[in-house]
Structures are given as structure tokens and as C-alpha cells.
Write a protein that binds this ligand. Structure first.
Ligand code: FAD
Length: 551
């Protein structure tokens, strides 16, 4: 099989030659380096490659070219090779054009000429983008396949788990895939109703749980040691940032994660407001980078493992995990975030996972190709989902309780929604019932202004309303507010005094809970700002306070 290609386009022979040499030197063992001297010539080549099904990993093109400039080329190339990473090569004077191209041609990066030394100014960027590309690249015959019925809630959970752990897979719908039915016959499982996971080595599991899948795909499911300096519960942005700072500053650190690293951010299709990523990045990309960073500094991440109890034992803190293991540490950080509130309307429980979903993943977006999709909610997460679904679905309707989107949504998302063309926003509107036998068939909505009630055919409803903290498992060990968010530092003080049972002479540190040595960071904390950047900031800050506590 052909190696995936890296395509260079530059009309200046010396620049093209230098790029080709630099890329050959570093990547020729894994990629084919193809060079072209003009946009049109490269487009013709890409057309041929896409007909032959040859993978293209990356396009690296000079902005300044006669006839067709780099941004124009990348815009057209996107239609031919939508998954290839796109880099524009610019000079300082072209920076403005490059920033424009972030939106117009959806470029992934712009590199400045000259790029010497390549070890510092070229390879790190390319390494990053190529490893991103590899995550979603499915070489033929080395894929994980999942066979199941579209309306099976269990199938939905398995696909969500794989997607959030960034395991590429192919879903074969039992209803209409010939391949699925042939495979089931071959395996003697013709009558099975449950999802089947076939791993690249040919082994398979019928309706496996997440732990069984994790073990097959080599995730680390158990901690190596019984005792750590720092245990972090949750590996969303706050937990991952604490993992990076804790481990890099010499603390023996463990992260415990019940689903997949990335947390809520990992489910975001595009985060555009996180500093340092001008073209935005998907939550999956952010999580993958952060995990690599955490592990590089030597922290362990165990997943999927749920923390079920906090232990306070003299000067030691600890957690018990769902598998029965008991871990102890000097300091514990709660970074367990929040999840979507349930929508309480008749019919919803029976249809959850069969057309009604909380949040959304790539798997569902694909399954909704050319269908009409309804999204409940009017904040940023609902807006991002609407924009993402609009790429696949025929029509997206946002059902928003407020009288305008501007109450809870960032302006850049509102602008995108207005320009999408296939997104409709119904304000002052609530879902009051959902209907269907095997799966969602229709929804009833009401307009709070006109009181008009309508029942509309629907097969996909995605809910993004409010959040509640993951704190029920803490069983009151640390103090929380009336909604269950964890109180820390100044929020614990009443009339200048810490809580009565606070045992120390000093006041609780900022981000320290009502139990010394147990800290909280990110969305789970009372008063936190629900953003990736603030979660990351709090995770990093928490480690500073943990050092002071340990000192
Ligand atoms: C769809 C979507 C899009 C978003 N887009 C943006 C955006 O563009 N920009 C932005 O700034 N913010 C965005 N946000 C908000 C941002 O993602 C959150 O503020 C951020 O993820 C909070 O980080 P966190 O680490 O505090 O918690 P979370 O991300 O909620 O992570 C908590 C982690 O803890 C794990 N966990 C919980 N309980 C346990 C337990 N008992 N044992 C083990 N593990 C446990 C969870 O599985 C989860 O992985 C978005 C959120 C969503 C849902």
C-alpha cells in the first residue's frame, strides 16, 4: 500500500527544493513527499489521488504564487482531500492573508518563511499536525468495526466511548450493511441483537463493557502504585492541567477518569476561544495533546475508572475506585466537572439513547446525514453543536427557551449560525413531550409567547441544557453549595471565619475545600467560570496551593 502523502506546492524552485529536502530527511520513512510548482498542477494530482483512494496527510503551500495563490489552492483542495491538514507558508508581510485564510480556507496553521532551523520552526508543527491526522486515519484492513442497530442505546454508548478515547472505528448498521450481515453470519452470530465489536486483530466481543474495550485497546485501566503525592479525579481541562503541572514539578501524580480524557471539552467539535490556537481546535485534539504532555512528564492516567468514595485518614487522603481498589495520597484534587441536566418531559427516559441524546459526538453527527436535527439549548455548547451538525444534517432547528440567542451565546457563534443557511432558531420555545415506540418519532414543542403547541416529526433530539456537578459520590465529605458545587477558599468563610469543623489555624487556601489537603478546580467548583481556559488556569493554580499544603 502507498504511504500517505505530504504535498508541497511552491513556484520558487529553491524554496520548493529546500522544503522537499527538509521533509524527506524527517518524514520519508512514513510519508511520500510530493512536490508541485503550481496550484492547478497540484489540484490535478490531488484529483487523481482521490480517485485512486490514496491518502493525503498534509498540504504545505506557499501563499505567494502566480495564477492561484496558496489560500485559493487550499480552499479548492479541501473539497478533494477534506481530511488533509492544511498549512500556508507565508512571509511576515502575508500574515493578514494567512489570518483571513483561517476562516476562508479553514487552514490549520501558517508557517513563516524562513523556517530554519527546521528542528525548531518546522518539524514540531508538522509532527503535531501529522499525529493529529494519524488519529483519524483508517488504513484499510486495520480498523475496529462495530456492528449494531442505530437505535440501540448500548451501541450509542460504545461509539461514544470509542470516539471520546479517539479510537478510529467504522460503524456498520445492522439494518442496511451487507458487510455487517456477512460478518455476523461468518461468526455464527446471525441472530444477535446486541452490538458487536470486532478488533483489528480479528477478535471480537459481544456487547462489551467499557472496561473490556479499554483493555483490548490498551488503555491503562489500573493504577501502578497504591500511594501517590497527588491524585486528581477527572481529566477534563482542569485535571489535565493539574496533571501537567503536578508531574512536571516532581509530584508523583495519578489521574482517575471515568470516561475519557478531555471531559466536556473533549466533546466539543471546535474550541475557537482558547488562547494560542487561532484556527481553533477540536476538543479531541486538545485532549490528545494534553494527554501526551501529562504522560511525557510521567503522570499516570487510568481510564475508565470511576472514583466512588473519598477517604480522609489522618494526614492521608484517598479514593476508592469502582473496581474495589483503594488508593491513598498526600493531596487530592477534585476536577470532576459537570454534566448536562436531564430534560424532564414525558416520554424522555425510554427514548434516551434511541434518538434523544445529551451532548453530541461525531458518531451521531454522521448518523444524522441528510436528516432533520433538533437541538435544545441556547448556550455555546448548543451553538457549537448546531454548527457542527449543519455540516451533515439537512436541516437543524435550535429550540431556545430565551427570547434571543445573545443572552447566553458568544457573538462569533451567533454569526456562524446566521450564516449557516440550514440552521433555524426558534426562540421562546420549549420541548414539552417526546414520542416514539422503538425510537424517537416526534416531539411536541410549545411557544411560550403565543402558547401555540405543535407536534413535529423528529428522529434526532440533542439536549444541551444547564449542568449539574459530579459530586454525589463525595457523600458530603466536603462542603458544597445548594446545587452541589464544591465550596473552596474564600467561599467557605462566614463572618471572616472558616467553618466550625475546620481543624487548622490557617484559613483554607484558595481552591482548598473544607477538608485540608482536598482541593477543587474547574467547573465542579462553586463560582467557577465554565470555560476551558479557566479550568486550565485553576488546575495549574491548584498545584501551587498543593505545594504550599505539602510544605
Ligand atoms: C459541547 C461543549 C462545548 C464547549 N465549548 C467550549 C469552548 O468552545 N470554549 C470554552 O472555553 N469552553 C467550552 N466548553 C466548556 C468547557 O468544556 C468546560 O468549562 C471545561 O471542560 C471544564 O473543565 P473541567 O476539567 O472542570 O471539567 P470537565 O470537562 O467536566 O471534566 C471532568 C472530568 O471528570 C470526570 N469525572 C467526573 N466524575 C468522576 C468520577 N467520580 N471518577 C472519575 N472521573 C470522573 C468526567 O468524566 C470528566 O472527564 C464547552 C463545553 C461543552 C460541553
Amino acid at each position: 500500500m502507498e504511504k500517505p502523502a505530504i504535498v508541497i506546492v511552491d513556484d520558487i524552485p529553491q524554496v520548493r527544493q529546500k522544503l522537499e529536502n527538509d521533509l524527506e530527511q524527517k518524514y520519508s520513512d512514513r510519508f511520500r513527499i510530493i512536490a508541485a510548482d503550481a496550484g492547478q498542477q497540484a489540484l490535478n494530482q490531488l484529483k487523481q489521488m482521490s480517485l485512486r483512494n490514496e491518502p493525503v496527510a498534509l498540504l504545505l503551500v506557499d501563499e505567494q504564487m502566480p495564477e492561484m495563490n496558496g489560500s485559493e489552492f487550499l480552499k479548492e483542495a479541501r473539497a478533494l482531500q477534506p481530511n488533509a491538514k492544511r498549512i500556508l507558508l507565508t512571509t511576515y508581510a502575508d500574515t493578514h492573508a494567512a489570518i483571513q485564510a483561517i476562516n476562508a480556507a479553514l487552514i490549520d496553521y501558517y508557517l513563516m518563511k524562513p523556517w530554519d532551523p527546521p528542528e525548531e520552526r518546522l518539524y514540531p508543527v508538522l509532527d503535531d499536525l501529522l499525529s493529529d491526522w494519524l488519529v483519524s486515519y483508517l488504513p484499510p484492513f486495520a480498523e475496529l468495526r462495530v456492528i449494531g442497530h442505530r437505535w440501540s442505546p448500548r451501541l450509542h454508548e460504545i461509539l461514544d466511548f470509542l470516539a471520546r478515547n479517539q479510537v478510529p472505528y467504522r460503524w456498520l448498521d445492522i439494518e442496511n450493511s451487507k458487510e455487517a450481515n456477512q460478518l455476523l453470519e461468518q461468526l455464527g452470530l446471525g441472530n444477535t441483537k446486541e452490538p458487536l465489536v470486532i478488533f483489528p486483530d480479528g477478535s471480537y466481543l459481544v456487547n462489551p463493557n467499557e472496561l473490556q474495550i479499554a483493555e483490548k485497546i490498551n488503555l491503562k485501566t489500573h493504577a501502578e502504585k497504591p500511594f501517590y503525592d497527588l491524585i486528581i479525579i477527572g481529566s477534563g481541562p482542569a485535571g489535565l492541567a493539574a496533571g501537567v503541572y503536578g508531574a512536571s514539578e516532581g509530584l508523583c501524580t495519578l489521574l482517575v477518569e471515568q470516561v475519557a480524557p478531555g471531559g466536556q471539552a473533549g466533546t466539543s467539535s471546535r474550541i475557537e476561544n482558547y488562547l494560542g490556537f487561532p484556527s481553533g481546535l477540536s476538543g479531541g485534539e486538545l485532549a490528545r495533546r494534553a494527554v501526551a504532555q501529562v504522560e511525557r512528564f510521567g503522570a499516570e492516567i487510568v481510564t475508565p475508572q470511576k472514583a466512588v468514595r473519598v477517604q480522609v485518614d489522618g494526614q492521608y487522603r484517598g479514593v476508592d475506585l469502582a473496581d474495589g481498589s483503594e488508593l491513598r495520597c498526600h493531596a487530592l484534587l477534585l476536577a470532576c466537572g459537570v454534566s448536562y441536566c436531564r430534560l424532564d418531559v414525558p416520554g424522555i427516559d425510554a427514548l434516551t439513547g434511541c434518538g434523544v441524546y445529551y451532548g453530541a459526538s461525531i458518531a451521531e453527527a454522521m448518523a444524522c446525514s441528510n436528516e432533520d436535527v433538533y437541538i435544545v439549548g441556547g448556550a455555546n455548547s448548543a451553538g457549537q453543536a448546531a454548527i457542527y451538525f449543519a455540516k451533515y444534517a439537512r436541516h437543524v432547528t435550535m429550540l431556545v427557551r430565551a427570547d434571543s440567542l445573545s443572552k447566553d451565546m458568544s457573538k462569533y457563534l451567533i454569526d456562524r449560525i446566521e450564516h449557516a443557511g440550514n440552521i433555524e432558531v426558534k426562540t421562546c420555545t420549549r420541548v414539552v413531550a417526546v414520542h416514539g415506540k422503538q425510537h424517537l418519532e416526534s416531539i411536541t414543542i410549545v411557544n411560550d409567547k403565543t402558547h401555540e403547541e405543535q407536534t413535529l416529526p423528529a428522529t434526532a433530539l440533542f439536549i444541551f441544557i444547564g449542568t449539574e456537578p459530579h459530586t454525589s459520590w463525595l457523600q458530603g465529605v466536603v462542603k458544597g453549595d445548594e446545587r452541589g458545587f464544591v465550596l473552596t477558599g474564600p467561599d467557605l468563610m462566614r463572618d471572616g471565619q472558616p467553618p466550625k469543623d475546620w481543624p487548622l489555624d490557617r484559613e483554607p487556601f484558595f481552591l482548598e475545600t473544607s477538608v485540608p489537603g482536598i482541593f477543587a478546580a474547574g467547573d465542579v467548583r462553586h463560582g467557577s467560570i465554565k470555560r476551558v481556559a479557566s479550568g486550565v488556569g485553576e488546575g495549574a493554580m491548584a498545584v501551587q496551593f498543593i505545594h504550599r499544603y505539602l510544605g
